[in-house]
Each structure stands twice: as C-alpha cells, then as structure tokens.
Design a binder for this molecule. Structure first.
Ligand code: NAD
Length: 514
C-alpha cells in the first residue's frame, strides 16, 4: 500500500487550477436550491420541515434545503443503527478500510466540486475551501490505514501453558455532531473514524452547512457502505440533539463545536438513563482562545505575517485562530505597526472570484456577536485596523486589530470566533508565557523566537494541545500534527493522530489455558 501522505493543496495562481475551480463553481451553481433527504437505514426520507442553507456571502442565495429529523425519525434512525451494529461490527476491518479508500478516491476526483460547494455554503475563499476538502481526503486515507494497524491489537506476554491476546472491538452506536467551520473535513473525519472502527453512526451536521454533509453521505453510499451504518439526521440541537445524547442506546458521542454545547453534552451524557447498561463515552473538541507569543529576538516580519494569517484566515472562524497576540514590550510597537500595515492590505468580499483574502462570517448571529465584541473593543483597547462590518448583502466584517488590551479583558478571554485579534504587551518572555496561559482554553499557540532556550521553555510551559514554533498557529495537517486541546478546549482526542481511533473502541483481553 502507498504510505500515507497528505493531500497536496491546489495552487490557484496557476490559471488552469483557477479555471478548474471556476468551472466547478458553475457546476455547483447548477444544482443550488435542490432538496436533500434524510438517510435512515439506506432509506431516503423527506420531511415537510426543512433546514434551509444560505450563502453567507450572498444571503438570499439558497444552497439547498435539507429534511429535518424529528424525534420520531431520530428514534427510527437509532433503532436501525443499533440493529445494523450487530452486522457491521463483524465486517472485517480490511473491508471497512477499503470503503474509506474508495470514498477518498471519489472525493479526490470531485475535489474542486466539493471545494466549490464550500465556497458557496460556508463562504470559504478558494484556498481555505481547498484545504478543507484536502483534509477530508486525509482523514479517510489516514484512518483507513490506522485501522489496518490496529486490527490485530497489540502483542501481550503469555506464560507457558496459556495464550493471551489483546485486541479492540467497536463500541456501538455513536452520535456524531459536527460544526460548520470545517463543514467537510471535521464532519467527514469524525464520522469515518467511528465507522471504520466498526461502529454505526447517527450524523447530525451543523444546521448552517448541511448540504456538503448530504453530498458526503452520497459518496459513502457510492463507496459501498452498507445501509444503516451511516444514518443522516440533520436537525435542531435542542430537539434531536438532547434526545440522542440522552438516549440509553447511545454508546458514545463525538462532538466538535463550542464550549457551551460541549460541556452541556458532557454533563448530559454522564447521566445513566433507565435501561442503559454502559457509561457513555464522550469525545468533545471545543473552542479556543489561541495566542501567538512574540519574543524580542524573534523574526518580527515573520511574527506580523503569522499573526495576520492566523487571525484572519477564513475570517478568524477556526478554533485554532490567533485571537491574542502577546508581544514582549521592546518590540511591541514594531510588530503591531507591521501587522496593521499587512491587515490594511487585506480585501474582504464574496469569495467566489478567488482574489480576495477574506470572505464573510457564517450567519447573522455570528455577525452580531462579532460586532458586539468590536463594541467591547472600543472600551477595552484601541482599534487600530478594521472595526467595521456590513451585513447588507452578506455578513462581512473587516479584519480588526485591537491594541493595548489588558490580559484579563473580555477580548483576551472569550472566544469571539471572528476576524478580531487583541494585542497585549508583556514585560518579558516569562510574562508573555504567563499571559498566554491565562485562559481557560488550551488549544493552539505559537512562539516566534530565535532563542533555543526559550523554545524549550515554551515546549514545557505553554499549556496547549498544539504548539508551533516560528510559524502561525493554524493549519494542522492530518497525520503530521494531530489536533486537539487541553482544559476547556476539550478532551484532547487528537484528531488525525495515532491514538484517535482507539477512542472509538474498547479493548478486550482473552486468555486461554493451553
Ligand atoms: P456549536 O457548538 O454551536 O455547534 C456544533 C454542533 O452542535 C452543531 O451541529 C449544532 O447543531 C450542535 N448542537 C447545538 N446544540 C446542541 C445540543 N443541545 N445538543 C446536541 N447538539 C447540539 O458550534 P459551531 O458554531 O458549529 O462551531 C464553532 C465552534 O466549534 C467554535 O467554538 C470552535 O472553536 C469550535 N471548534 C472546535 C474544533 C476543535 O477541534 N477543537 C474544531 C472546529 C470548531
């Protein structure tokens, strides 16, 4: 088998690639507005009640409408998934992995189409959409290979006269709940990790980006996934989300999203329901308040560029986005000034033409929330770039830098999830690390320094799940930088890493007397 290697990104400065994505966008436009059913046990179910997905860059453009699961349909999907688990868990791991390989090949052939759909449905600029699609392919390729590694378990010792074995078996029915910000990669990655390990799944995608999820379900069917393994149940968090989390047949939950929803799920899943015969397992990957620390002997141009790219890529709507820049005081003004210059060059608008750095934010609620933080910014610091928004046609917010913010201010503590970065001054490197750790989150961080001792100090003391040196703090690659955070950033499940699949299984030891 070809060793795993991450899917290369497309270079859109080459005209042939730019042309390919333009054509893909035209193709996606030809099917905008279509309806998508639920999938329960292979059956396509259409409901009256729909989730309508809109283009955040052009808010009247309907991407598609997706049937919405009621509690009754969620219950039906649970029954089907529970029953299908009895057969799917016995399917050979090699066969399960092959379905992922096949799905990766299908997506690779339709790569630009998927990216084009992300441009329209999530408002992603071309390169961000391309990275999302590449990551979805990576998850399929990587987890399929990981399953092949894990299928025989691990060697354990045996004494004379006995034969001991240690292996993994699947858990049962998993509820997979995904966010809108990586509507393809995280949705697909969390679903296939559960599937390849022998579990059956109820997939509830984010309500703002359900169409790409519906398309992914079609791919998995085409790849040969048996009916009932992946059940597609978009719906409201409060209506079917709570219901499924509480369900006594739910064996595990794989959630990626905000801290508030994640902690709610974690608490609810801990309650043992009547008829439930296990403790539910919860994977919860949540928010971030991620810091780039700049030391006085760091490369200051690199620092400014890293802050700007990490803060404003996909409009700051990444859990890994840099929302805090902590800079040692003797270089603070210099880095701030350069970051402002670079930010003022960024253009915001509809990402469809591929020339703009930044598109919209996802919806009205996100826009209103971000603008309310910009109001707070006026009290808590100095807005030195951006600060404006326009929601007349789409939800556009200018990339915003807020200078001189106190480390304990709300802007430095709360996840805004938009293109807003707060700058804070530190007395020295130790103080900078202290500020960096002064949040309840612990997802990503970066340190810009040329000093080896400081790199080693940060490696030990900067308490985040993904720490980067002399680069930005976004852009983890499956199989290269396993991803997940500490503290209120979640359970540190490390998606795209060698331990991830094991979280979807339980270990069984057998010992035979010979
Ligand atoms: P969100 O928490 O609002 O929604 C996530 C998912 O949970 C959606 O599918 C939503 O419909 C569902 N949901 C909402 N209420 C629910 C309930 N009561 N029960 C069950 N499900 C419910 O998050 P979002 O706005 O979609 O995504 C942005 C957030 O996700 C940010 O906080 C970001 O940092 C985080 N995120 C984290 C990671 C990571 O790997 N740590 C990756 C991407 C995004």
């Amino acid at each position: 088998m070809i060793p795993y290697k991450h899917e290369p990104f497309t270079n859109f400065s080459l005209e042939e690639n730019a042309q390919a994505i333009r054509e893909a966008i035209a193709y996606v436009d030809s099917y905008l507005g279509e309806e998508y059913p639920l999938t329960i046990g292979g059956e396509k179910v259409t409901t009256e009640d729909k989730i309508v997905s809109y283009n955040p860059a052009d808010k009247n453009q309907v991407i598609g409408s997706v049937s919405k699961a009621s509690r009754e349909l969620a219950e039906k999907a649970m029954d089907v998934a529970y029953e299908t688990f009895q057969t799917w868990r016995k399917v050979k791991p090699e066969t399960r992995a092959d379905i992922l390989f096949k799905a990766a090949a299908i997506i690779r052939r339709r790569k630009h189409e998927f990216s084009a759909l992300l441009v329209r449905e999530a408002g992603k600029p071309w390169n961000e959409a391309d990275a999302d699609t590449a990551e979805a392919i990576d998850f399929l390729e990587y987890y399929a290979r990981q399953m092949l590694r894990l299928k025989d378990g691990y060697k354990v010792e045996s004494r004379v006269g006995e034969y001991n074995q240690f292996g993994y078996i699947p858990l049962g029915v998993g509820i997979v709940i995904s966010p809108w910000n990586f509507p393809f990669a995280i949705m697909a990655g969390t679903a296939v990790a559960a599937i390849v390990t022998g579990n059956t799944v109820l997939l509830k995608p984010a309500s703002t980006t359900p169409v790409v999820a519906a398309k992914f379900v079609e791919v998995m069917e085409e790849a040969g996934l048996p009916a009932g393994v992946l059940n597609f149940v978009p719906g409201s968090g409060s209506e079917i989300g709570d219901y499924l989390i509480d369900h006594p047949k739910t064996r595990f939950v794989s959630f990626t999203g905000s801290r508030d929803v994640g902690t709610r799920i974690y608490e609810r899943a801990a309650v043992v329901q009547p008829g439930q015969i296990w403790l539910k397992r919860v994977i919860a990957e949540m928010g971030g308040k991620d810091t780039i620390v700049v030391d006085s002997d760091g490369d200051l141009e690199l620092a400014a560029k890293s802050i700007v790219a990490s803060a404003f890529g996909f409009s700051g709507q990444k859990c890994s986005a840099c929302s805090r820049a902590v800079i040692v005081e003797d270089v603070y003004d210099q880095v701030l000034e350069r970051a402002v210059e670079l930010t003022k060059e960024l253009q915001v608008g509809n990402p469809v033409d591929g020339k703009l750095f930044m598109g919209p934010v996802i919806d009205q609620a996100a826009y209103d929330k971000i603008m309310s933080y910009i109001d707070i910014a006026k009290e808590e610091g100095r807005i030195v770039a951006g600060g404006e928004g326009d929601d007349s046609t789409g939800y556009f917010v200018q990339p915003t830098i807020v200078a001189d913010v106190d480390p304990n201010a709300r802007l430095m503590q709360e996840e805004i999830f938009g293109p807003v970065v707060a700058f804070s001054k530190a007395k020295d490197f130790n103080h900078a690390l202290e500020i960096a750790n002064n949040t309840e989150y612990g997802l990503t961080g970066a340190v810009i320094t040329r000093d080896r001792a400081k790199i080693e100090q940060a490696r030990e003391d900067f308490h985040v799940g993904n720490l980067y040196f002399n680069r930005g703090c976004t852009g983890a690659i499956v199989g290269y930088q396993p991803f997940g955070g500490f503290n209120m950033s979640g359970t540190d499940s490390k998606a795209g890493g060698p331990d991830y699949l094991v979280l979807h299984m339980q270990a069984k030891t057998t010992s035979e007397t010979l």
